[in-house]
Write a protein that binds this ligand. Structure first.
Ligand code: CTP
Length: 412
């Protein structure tokens, strides 16, 4: 099931600001996401960070010169090859030159010699950012279709605080990946996708429940991104997190609480779905007895006996139609990959998304995650620490790759 598609080509322009060091992280995240990255540094950027650092991490050596002696026209090669040009950080000077159509170095020549989409991540001091001239340039660029990411509010060089801080690398990379995969968005158009999210709550009495640490953020991010990519999404969730209803797809939400309710809703909703994703943290055990009235503390102690819940993923695999793609999640704390490979074989799903829920800044409750996507053919793909939306995009990319082409599509 391998596809021989050219990886997306991104020119990473780096200009001279203190945030230039963060462009190294952007470079690494893009390369890890399968993007071909060609770094271009301005002379000023090279005052802050060396081209060598980018050359070591990127897909090709970093370039700084318009006249480098090797290629007489490096800007046209880069400009024509690029699917997207990202400038991060983008100084006020670069924004001004771009708005005016000036070309006096390799980066600005590349920007002019290209029809690629352009993304800029401005970074500068608040006074500069708020200048009318800079704001007018930003408006000009925005009106021409340049995507502006940030800036954020926060600490600036020299200990100052305010608007002008370059947006977080993971946010910039997410914007770039969403734009790059925009061409693939139509692959979910008209597809029915059912996603479960959140930790289930098993009642002890009308007041008390047994639950787990899952927030539902990853499942909700999947629903949002799937909708943006045109899918008809049904989200079966125990989480009270909101959801942004954007995009060309549709969304219906089925609210559940217990594993039993989630089981019934998922089996019902999944019958005619193309894709089913079990991102929920389903309780493995529930109290055998649910008290009808509140257990008073005067009773001195409370004994709860548990029984296993239904394995929803196993039931979904049992009832699935031949063309349905089923994705499971695995929350592990030890022997993460080894346990996950066994889980994929045991559960019989097509993809398993594994995360180490004991690691810092990943898994339950966090906004970020770091996962490995294991396909049933043995392929494994690591997605580095990213926002849950970026992870959602990567999971949906894998799902699309493993889907049987519908009539009219062809796969190699
Ligand atoms: N899952 C399910 N029904 C359950 C328990 C889990 O459908 N009663 C699903 C989860 O939504 C997830 C996958 O099974 O997609 C794996 O969940 P996980 O908790 O990692 O594994 P378990 O099967 O519960 O096994 P263990 O807890 O022993 O690791």
């Amino acid at each position: 099931m391998s596809e021989s598609r050219r990886p997306p080509f991104v020119v990473l322009g780096v200009t001279g600001g203190i945030a230039a060091y963060k462009a190294v992280e952007i470079c690494r995240l893009l390369v890890d996401a399968g993007v071909h990255v060609a770094p271009v540094l301005t002379k000023d950027a090279a005052q802050f960070i060396t081209p060598l650092t980018f050359s070591a991490l990127a897909s090709e050596p970093a370039q700084t010169e318009l006249y480098n002696g090797v290629s007489p026209i490096p800007h046209t090669r880069l400009g024509q090859a690029a699917d997207l040009i990202l400038v991060a950080p983008a100084t006020a000077n670069l924004l001004g030159r771009l708005a005016l159509g000036l070309a006096d170095d390799l980066l600005t020549n590349t920007l002019l010699a290209s029809r690629a989409q352009v993304v800029v991540a401005p970074a500068m001091h608040t006074e500069m950012w708020e200048q009318q001239s800079v704001q007018e340039n930003i408006e000009t660029l925005r009106a021409r279709g340049v995507r502006i990411v940030g800036p954020a509010i926060g600490r600036l060089a020299g200990g100052d605080e305010g608007a002008g801080r370059m947006e977080d690398p993971s946010v910039i990379v997410e914007a770039v990946l969403t734009m790059l995969h925009g061409a693939d968005n139509s692959t979910l158009t008209g597809r029915r996708i059912v996603i479960s999210a959140g930790g289930t709550r098993e009642a002890i009495d009308p007041v008390r429940v047994i639950t787990n640490r899952s927030s539902g953020k990853q499942g909700h991010a999947l629903a949002e991104v799937a909708m943006e990519r045109g899918a008809e999404v049904t989200l079966v969730t125990s989480s009270s997190l909101g959801i942004q209803g954007k995009g060309s797809g549709s969304l219906s939400v089925v609210k559940v609480e217990s594993a039993a309710q989630m089981h019934d809703a998922m089996l019902q909703e999944s019958k005619d779905a193309d894709i089913v994703i079990m991102a929920a943290a389903v309780a493995d055990f529930r109290p055998v007895l649910t008290h009808g009235t509140k257990v008073k503390k005067d009773s001195g102690h409370l004994e709860v006996t548990f029984e296993p819940t239904e394995d929803i993923l196993a039931a979904l695999v049992n009832q699935r139609g031949s063309e349905q793609v089923i994705v499971g999640f695995a929350a592990e704390t030890d022997n993460v990959l080894e346990n996950a490979r066994k889980k994929l074989a045991k559960k019989g799903c097509d993809l398993l998304v594994v995360n180490d829920v004991s690691a810092e800044a990943t898994g339950f409750e966090h906004d970020t995650n770091e996962v490995v996507i294991i396909e049933s053919n043995g392929n494994e793909m690591s997605i580095p620490m990213s926002s849950k939306r970026t992870i959602a995009g990567a999971i949906l990319d894998s799902v699309v790759r493993s889907m049987k082409p519908s009539s009219g599509e062809s796969k190699t």
